[in-house]
Design a protein around this ligand. Structure first.
Ligand code: NAD
Length: 431
């Protein structure tokens, strides 16, 4: 891989006093690296380095005490050559225009890797949801939905939950949009409660796909699930579901963490006994006999490491200290471009986010199909079809990894970029 960007010891970004690589910088590096592996029109790659549009709105929120505060919201739409824009909505203090663009780019690749007829988008509001009451969160969400009404829609751009948002947030957006359109429109968002058109199995789908891809990767590298040790950073929607499914399949999950730190047991934790973020927010360390820090989780000597919390946690500062044999990315963008290069040099395979956690958008696609047809699928059907789609995507990526002797990330990008480039070539660039 790009060894030319491998830093020398004592020359890391933090030692140089530089800001960590942004999601957008990482996404662009990854795109251009993958483009160098295949015969793809440079003009299309140039186009894909930029979002088609970034919408920015100001949201006035009346607090419960009657005061008014202003919040900023974004929706970045990257590329829609293969279908409507699709991507999550984040309520988090670190949301920024740049981050939304980078995450929107990843959504474009993710949908293409999965061969789903959607493009990529991402949005969010700069807010710490913990600072708001439920009534305030509802008012903020409804106003945001209204401000974005002209750019979202079931055939244009379909938001979904991400950090700080969930099924209830999607229900408010669907309602706000439907009231304004004077038509019940479940397909405008995915990740809704099943009672209003949400899909069974959507909530656990990203974690389920992480578990499926982990199983495939462990098989590929000749590990037996029963003998595998696993550490998971983040015990939310993605991390908790992935940890529990791996636990159920016989793996020994030695550490799981939340923002406060990790529960650790070298003999294996009972992951069902530890409350997930949704069941009891940030309570992991209160259910542990032994705790370790979040940084230490990443450096445990395990077979499989699943970073499933936030982005940029494996950087050039700690990549040399990672002792896992294999990394499967649950979060979006947990590994920086520089860290990827170090891990590649050290022979530690990294199965990328755009493949591993793509179960979320895949079941979102199933939900959208169910909404259009006004017909719900059973949980068994959702899980069966997810299994089929995930193993097909794994095979497509594996073929490119072997054909190009490439990393798993490059293999996934090659699959995605080839499909997107073909669609652009076929449709042409509007003059
Ligand atoms: P979540 O809010 O359900 O859970 C996040 C977990 O990470 C919590 O346990 C929280 O305590 C922990 N955490 C937060 N900040 C942390 C930090 N600095 N260090 C360690 N732990 C920290 O979120 P989620 O939906 O599981 O999303 C996690 C990641 O997965 C994000 O990168 C998200 O973009 C990505 N993702 C989510 C979905 C989805 O549908 N939920 C789909 C694909 C990818």
């Amino acid at each position: 891989m790009a060894s030319e960007s491998t830093p020398t010891a004592g020359d890391t970004a933090s030692e140089r006093g530089e800001a960590p690589e942004s999601a957008l910088e990482t996404a662009r590096h990854q795109l251009n690296e993958a483009a160098s592996l295949i015969d793809v029109d440079g003009n299309i790659v140039e186009r894909l380095n930029y979002p088609a549009a970034v919408h920015e709105v100001t949201i006035p929120l009346e607090r419960d005490d009657g005061s008014v505060e202003m919040y900023r919201g974004y929706r970045a739409q990257h590329d829609s050559v293969r279908g409507p824009y699709k991507g999550g909505l984040r309520f988090h203090p670190d949301v920024s225009r740049e981050e939304c663009i980078g995450l929107a780019m990843w959504m474009t690749w993710k949908c293409a890797v999965m061969d789903i007829p959607f493009g990529g988008a991402k949005g969010g509001v700069v807010v710490d949801p913990k600072d708001l009451s439920e009534a305030e969160t509802e008012r903020l969400t409804r106003r945001f939905a209204n401000e974005m009404r002209s750019v979202i829609g079931p055939m244009t751009d379909i938001p979904a939950p991400d950090m700080g948002t969930g099924a209830q947030t999607m229900a408010w957006i669907m309602d706000a949009y439907s009231v304004q359109e004077a038509e019940t429109t479940p397909g405008v968002v995915t990740g809704k409660p099943p009672v209003i058109g949400g899909s069974k199995g959507r909530e656990e789908a990203p974690g389920r796909s992480v578990a499926i891809i982990s199983r495939e990767a462990l098989n590929y590298y000749d590990y037996a699930s029963e003998d595998t040790t696993v550490a998971v950073q983040g015990f939310g929607s993605v991390g908790a579901n992935a940890a529990r499914l791996l636990d159920d399949r016989g793996a020994t999950v030695v550490a799981v963490s939340d923002v406060n730190g990790a529960a650790y047991d070298p003999d294996g934790l009972d992951t069902h006994e530890i409350p997930s973020h949704e069941e009891q927010p940030e309570a992991v360390t209160r259910h542990a006999d032994e705790t370790i820090s979040n940084e230490a989780v990443l450096e445990l000597d395990v077979d499989l490491l699943v970073p499933a919390a936030v982005g940029n946690v494996i950087t050039e500062d700690n990549a040399a200290d990672i002792r896992a044999d294999l990394i499967v990315e649950g979060a979006n963008g947990p590994t920086t471009f520089a860290a990827d290069s170090i891990l590649d040099d050290r022979g530690i395979p990294v199965i990328p986010d755009i493949l591993a956690n793509a179960g979320g958008v895949t079941v979102s696609y199933f939900e959208w199909l169910q909404d259009i047809n006004r017909r719900a699928w059973s949980r068994e059907r959702v899980n069966e079809e997810l299994e089929t789609e995930m193993t097909a995507a794994w095979e497509a990526v594996r073929r490119e990894v072997e054909a190009h002797d490439a990393s798993w990330r490059d293999g996934a990008y090659v699959v995605a970029l080839s499909r997107i480039a073909e669609a652009h070539e076929s449709r042409g660039l509007w003059p």
